[in-house]
Ligand binder design. Structure first.
Ligand SMILES: NC(=O)C1=CN([C@@H]2O[C@H](COP(=O)(O)OP(=O)(O)OC[C@H]3O[C@@H](n4cnc5c(N)ncnc54)[C@H](O)[C@@H]3O)[C@@H](O)[C@H]2O)C=CC1
Ligand SMILES: O=C(O)/C=C/C=C(\O)C(=O)O
Length: 525
């Protein structure tokens, strides 16, 4: 996203109250709160404004990082690295559990602030997402203690494999699941003994700041976790280019990944990329079509802003009408509205510019001959509704609500079938009865390869089709069943590398094999 033109430096307030929760809006560097205006080297304005997707209301003035803050944060992470790397694993694990305790104690605050900031459902944040943040920390703490330090023999010599901490890691995260996705990176990096600079997305910086407080209160030493805020072009690029950085983990868009990879390549810094998707939902005629319709409607979760979403529905021709009937029944029961309301199923999209982008995809598809079976535009009926009130002073609902949309009559090579929309927009195509080859061909025919979902009543078909799908994760008759022990990531343009389990430690560590001869000690006394 292009940053707006810099405004003259100012002296902004350092805290904002969001959904009743005070949030410090400065960077967190080397165990101190730092305002950008405090850095004479910063070329940018002191702050940028963070708006709520619910109603467009300004939530906070956020310290706006630049090259100076990036340098300071990496320097702090580098200074803290030797001591943190030398901290015994059991103590690192204890501290991560203490941070998890802190997250659990503040689930209500984190959930309310995240919903105000990114517009995802409050009930999901309370009951699913924030508990998962704590779980992620606990999981990697425990996994650290269970890491296999292999010992084996070669012609009488012993091989001993160790997981050495790699050094400062830059973690760059997106806005669709801000703290959850950040915790996937923070937890294994810290467990592995690496120190961290986190840059949250500029549209959703708030929970990262709360997390810095929680980690500090839990006893994490200064400089082990640093948080710098701001735009990718201003603070993300200097972070990635810093020669003291040893790892870069990024979740976001393909074009940004390309830029990061080019910069990291110059320093030969390993990158982990979790990027977009255009995943298929394959519905065979032998499937439980009610279940298939449930799976399809799930793709509207988080207003479609989920990289894993199976946005291309591919149905066997003879099952089309029955499937569609079940699907439309379910869509009619969805409630779109204020994400703080327990009854809401679909909240707003993140930002007016993003809604414009989503709508652009739909308009161009309709112009090219697509038919909207349902939806097809903004939900203008919500614009005048009053908000719930009392939660941080947010007022009426704004214009970021997009109708759950299903488009058909779309060509396989069209933009709407090939490009990630990242909104509540699905396409429907069919394949001829009995033509499994064509189903697989359509499923694999994009540049992505993040995930795929399959609805079928035939186990052998499931095995056959799964083996031919290009995807990091395949779900059979289910969706979004996630386990941190599983490898997670994408093939092709959906990413590089895998997170989860020991794969995360592979990334944040330099593995070392020490080979020791069976004799020779005596010579040196
Ligand atoms: N896989 C996923 O979960 C996500 C995919 N996306 C995809 O990306 C599209 C655009 O979303 P954006 O927010 O614009 O994604 P983006 O890739 O521009 O931003 C993601 C993160 O990268 C940072 N960034 C941007 N440019 C950078 C640079 N040159 N160097 C270092 N860091 C940089 C941003 O500040 C943010 O923290 C979405 O519509 C969707 O298609 C976006 C968010 C999450
Ligand atoms: O919650 C998970 O396990 C995975 C979430 C991934 C996203 O929401 C994403 O990157 O879009």
């Amino acid at each position: 996203m292009a940053p707006p033109a810099p405004a003259p430096p100012s002296h902004p307030p350092h805290t904002a109250t969001v959904a009743g929760v005070p949030v410090d809006t400065r960077h967190w560097i080397g165990g101190e709160r730092i305002a950008s205006a405090a850095s004479p080297a910063s070329a940018t304005a002191a702050t940028f404004t963070d708006h709520s997707p619910l109603d467009g209301a300004p939530l906070a003035e956020i310290a706006r990082g630049g090259a100076a803050e990036a340098r300071a944060a990496v320097a702090a992470a580098r200074a803290a690295f030797p001591a943190w790397a030398a901290t015994p694993p059991a103590e690192r694990a204890r501290l991560l559990h203490a941070v998890a305790d802190g997250v659990e104690a503040r689930i209500e605050d984190l959930a309310a602030v995240e919903t105000a900031d990114n517009g995802a459902l409050l009930r999901s944040h309370r009951r699913g997402v924030m508990p998962r943040v704590a779980h992620n920390l606990r999981y990697f703490a425990d996994r650290l203690l269970a890491l296999a330090h292999d010992d084996f023999e070669t012609r009488g010599h012993t091989n001993h494999v160790t997981w050495d901490p790699a050094g400062p890691a830059v973690l760059i995260t997106p806005w669709n699941a801000p703290l959850m996705l950040a915790s996937w990176k923070i937890a294994p990096a810290l467990a592995a003994g690496s120190t961290v600079v986190l840059k949250p997305a500029e549209w959703t910086p708030l929970t990262a700041s709360l997390f810095a407080d929680i980690a500090h209160e839990a006893g994490l030493p200064a400089g082990v976790l640093n948080v710098v805020q701001g735009y990718g072009a201003e603070v993300g690029e200097p972070l990635v280019a810093d020669p003291d950085v040893r790892r870069i983990s990024f979740t976001g868009s393909v074009p940004t990944a390309r830029r990061i990879a080019a910069t990291a390549g110059a320093h030969l810094v390993p990158c982990s990329f979790e990027l977009g998707g255009k995943s298929p939902l394959l519905v065979f005629a032998d499937a439980d079509l009610e279940l298939a319709a449930d799976l399809a409607v799930e793709q509207f979760d988080n207003a479609g802003q989920v990289c894993l979403a199976a946005t291309r529905i591919l149905v066997e021709e003879s099952a089309r009408e029955a499937f569609l009937g079940h699907f439309l029944d379910r869509v009619a029961k969805l409630t779109q509205g204020d994400p703080r309301d327990e009854a809401t199923d679909i909240g707003p999209n993140i930002h007016p510019r993003h809604v414009e982008r989503v709508d652009g995809f739909v308009r161009r598809a309709l112009d090219a001959g697509a038919t909207a079976i349902t939806g097809g535009g903004r939900n203008t009926g919500l614009a005048g509704l009053a908000g719930l009130g009392g939660l941080g002073g947010l007022g009426g609902l704004g214009g970021n609500y997009y109708l759950p949309t299903l488009l058909t009559d779309v060509a396989q090579d069209s933009e709407i079938v090939q490009e990630e929309v990242f909104g509540p927009v699905l396409t429907l195509q069919t394949f001829p009865d009995g033509d499994e080859d064509e189903a697989v061909r359509l499923a694999n025919d994009t540049r992505f390869g993040l995930a795929a979902t399959l609805a079928t009543g035939d186990r052998e078909r499931a095995d056959r089709v799964t083996a031919r799908l290009v995807a990091g994760t395949v779900w059979v008759n289910c969706f979004f069943v996630r386990d941190l022990s599983a490898p997670f990531g994408g093939s092709r343009a959906s990413g590089i590398g895998r997170e989860g389990g020991d794969w995360s430690f592979d990334f944040y560590c330099d593995l070392k094999n020490t080979v020791t001869a069976p004799k020779g000690w005596a010579r040196h006394g």
